[in-house]
Design a protein around this ligand. Structure first.
Ligand SMILES: *Cc1c(COP(=O)(O)O)cnc(C)c1O
Length: 361
């Protein structure tokens, strides 16, 4: 089997040891003679996996009993609607920090339920940066403030959290959750689709502060209420059990790899290899993100022409570096280098970039 460097944006690369462990256990989980996929979600075995995933998540983020971790289906896209259904009254306002395509999607859904206020936006600059503190104008009494910690498409990332006072803070962390240590207690709710940094598609992790959850609307249908998942340990109905099992293995891998500090060190070194290739190219590569807003997860850049960008992707693919075409909405190149991507892959891409610039610059 040839080694493929997987730069896909999502579903994305998974840690090799996790896939190998899943392969070993695929036909026979823990000597039971059946796969995790074939087990009752009410079995002792599955309940242990489900409980371990919540425990590991909270341990990694140093969260105590005042938080719950829930596993929900429907992706981050369902959370765009589920958060306002639970926390945004029809006559209430949500303050939005607009930093790219995903914050726009979150806005569209919230606007169907209540009032939206753009507290800051860098749209006129093509979302090339995160707003500065003095550019954020929060309303006095919003139901909550919503932000996207890492914009997967534009490649910009928050490196200092916004100051929101005592307003509840909600973050879409789909593409950078568990990539670095941070104070999770600043947030009342964090959600993340698993398929970037946590596991396979089909599971969404939601961290929620219990006391805030208790203030949620009681009117949404059962399956759209966080309280339903919390009360039933995410087992109200049949969960995406194989996905939660894989997610639990990924959390174990993060713990074994130095935890969030380990991830952060690894991710900084990885990203700097590729950003250096951009910065040292004499202008051949142009990074999309402003220096202080560069994402350590999605590195986005342009070449001198669209024809060269096409050629770059074709030649990279031939060299077994896949998934490098930018999102169809913005074009260019995007290297997604989530937790599971290693230094070797980033160095390989950086060398390829140097070679490509030498031949085509
Ligand atoms: C991928 C992504 C989404 C959408 O996730 P789905 O699971 O496809 O709904 C939302 N927000 C961010 C930041 C993402 O990266």
């Amino acid at each position: 089997m040839t080694k493929v460097y997987n730069f896909n944006a999502g579903p994305a690369i998974l840690p090799r040891p996790v896939l190998e462990r899943a392969q070993q256990e695929l036909l026979d989980y823990g000597g039971r003679g059946i796969s995790v996929m074939e087990m009752s979600h009410r079995s002792k075995e599955y309940e242990a996996i489900n409980a371990e995933a919540e425990t590991r998540f909270k341990r990694l983020l140093k969260l105590d009993e005042s938080y719950r971790v829930l596993f929900i289906q429907g992706g981050a896209s369902l959370q765009f609607a589920m958060v306002p259904l639970n926390f945004l009254p029809a006559n209430g306002t949500v303050d939005l920090l607009m930093t790219g395509s995903w914050s726009e999607k979150a806005k569209e859904e919230a606007a169907k339920i209540g009032k939206v206020h753009e507290a800051a936006s860098t749209e006129t600059e093509h979302y090339c940066r995160i707003p500065l503190p003095e550019e954020i104008h929060l309303s006095d009494n919003p139901a909550y403030v919503h932000m996207t910690s890492n914009e997967t498409i534009h490649g910009v990332q928050w490196h200092d959290w916004p100051e929101v006072g005592d307003r509840p803070l909600v973050a879409d962390m789909s593409s950078d959750i568990l990539s670095r240590p941070f104070d999770a207690t600043k947030f009342d709710l964090i959600y993340a689709g698993a398929q970037k940094n946590l596991g396979p598609s089909g599971v969404t992790a939601v961290l929620i502060r219990q006391s805030w959850m208790e203030t949620a609307a009681k009117t949404p249908p059962t399956m759209l209420r966080y309280a339903t998942y919390a009360k039933n340990n995410s087992l109200y109905n049949t969960p995406p059990s194989f996905g939660v099992y894989l997610l639990n293995l990924v959390l174990g891998w993060i713990e074994d790899s130095g935890g969030l500090e380990g991830m952060a060190q690894r991710n900084e070194r990885k990203a700097s290899a590729i950003y250096a290739a951009i910065d040292n190219s004499g202008g051949f590569y142009r990074g999309h993100a402003a220096l202080d807003s560069r994402s350590l997860m999605n590195v986005t850049f342009r070449l001198p022409s669209e024809a060269l960008e096409k050629q770059f992707v074709t030649e990279a693919t031939a060299a077994d570096m896949i998934g490098l075409a930018g999102h169809r909405s913005v074009g260019g190149i995007r290297a997604s280098i989530y937790n599971a991507m290693d230094q070797e892959g980033c160095e390989a891409l950086a060398s390829f970039m140097q070679e490509f610039a030498r031949h085509n610059g």
